[in-house]
Design a protein around this ligand. Sequence first.
Ligand code: FAD
Length: 484
Amino acid sequence: MTIQTTTTIGEDLIGALRAGLGEGSVLTSAEDIGGYLVESRGLYKGEALAVVRPRDRDEVALVVKECGRAGVPIVPQGGNTGLVGGGVPHGGIVLSLDRLQRIREVDPVNATITVEAGCILKSVHEAADQVGYAFPLSLPSEGSCRIGGNLATNAGGTAVLRYGNMRELTLGLEVVLADGRIWNGLKGLRKDNTGYDLRDLFIGSEGTLGIITAAVLKLYPKPQARGTAFIGCTSPGQALKLFERLREGAGDQLTAFEYMTDFGLEIVLKHRPAAQRPLSGRHHSYALIELSSPQKDADLQGRLETILGSALEEGLIDDAVISASGAQSQALWSLREDLSEVQRLEGGSIKHDVAVPVSRVAEFIEAASKACEAEMPGIRVCAFGHFGDGNIHFNLSQPVGMDKAAHLAEWERFNRIVHDIVHDMNGSISAEHGIGLIKRDELPHYKDPVALDLMRSLKKTLDPQNILNPGKVVAIGESWPTGF
Ligand code: FAD
């Protein structure tokens, strides 16, 4: 009897994959695979036997079957822009979907587009635009993230308020299962009550239940008119009142309601020399809002002037600017988009991506800021994000002069403070980035134990060998570390 070692299993598998897919589809050199092993913020760095780049759905199925036969884990990857360590391998292979880039069908009457998982989000925007429609998922990473990754993380972004997140934007899926079978659920139906909703099971499963290879996505009439405004308020509570006022006055023309604090705006202005202060003075809180309409003649600027004019008169807001051109509107949006990036330049940042009911979002920002500032004097709260969805990126920049590593070492202590407040408000510790590795061991503190039990049962049923992204989202007894 010959005993197979890990090395020979790896060599046999790579040989089988090269035979099935061709030499060029299986990368093994350190130089070729380095970029696939690191999470975009550099918080995790993994290792892998190989990076495999199939060209189509059938090749994906072949890879999954071969890995199942060898008992080797598979970590699917799209654009690798995920922020929770979900796409980082700890051994096994990385299955990159980046070559599955076909737009399979556009059906303008059904208002749907069928795309493969490796399509970059921006290219889907462009394909929709060519047929006079819009695909409304909008993220700062849209130039590099891919549809499969958007689906696997149930991505949100800046237009959820009007259009919903990836779950709401998807009608059908095609998925390669852990045993290599292909589930063809590519139906463009608005109504289909034929049993359990498998589509919603795979969306948001972060590669742990199946490999998404294609999807039918909903298209919407292209906005023909837009109105953008940047508003200064004295508190998050005032911003919430403004949100209510806008919802009353603009209905579903209100497409985005983003929030940032004075600290957030000041660091964007500091690190982006081309950025201009949008209002003459400084304010505690800011809202960036957008109205949009598919009607060309919708007077959105006039509507904004009426709503914001009366809010100003009543003292509900302190100051506001309404953009007069597309370029001005883009400049206002850049202030918000650049905030994700510039925090890095202020040293260590402890990050939380949380959601509470919209009615409690101001209360959350105030309570969590107070608790963190009391815990560590000098800590700089950077609360920003999708206020109108109740989703706040509640980040904590290190006190000036503090050692970065010492600050990051406090991550768990601040998790407990922030996540306890979120939990008490019936909120969620992951609004849009997912669980991955970074929150896997947080989940049992806050997720309903029955729900966790059901999640583990589903994982064991759909992936009995535990080869699909093992150790991510839910631990099911394996000894995968949370940090490597
Ligand atoms: P990856 O990072 O490659 O993968 C993410 C997860 O999905 C991993 O667990 C991976 O294993 C799994 N996966 C990938 N492809 C597949 C597949 N085909 N089948 C099964 N599983 C798969 N996210 C938001 O929701 N809203 C935001 O506003 C937002 N802003 C961001 C801003 C910046 C600057 C950055 C860097 C990221 C931001 N993100 C945001 C996070 C990230 O861009 C999104 O989560 C995005 O949807 C991930 O897509 P990706 O292709 O890069 O996925």
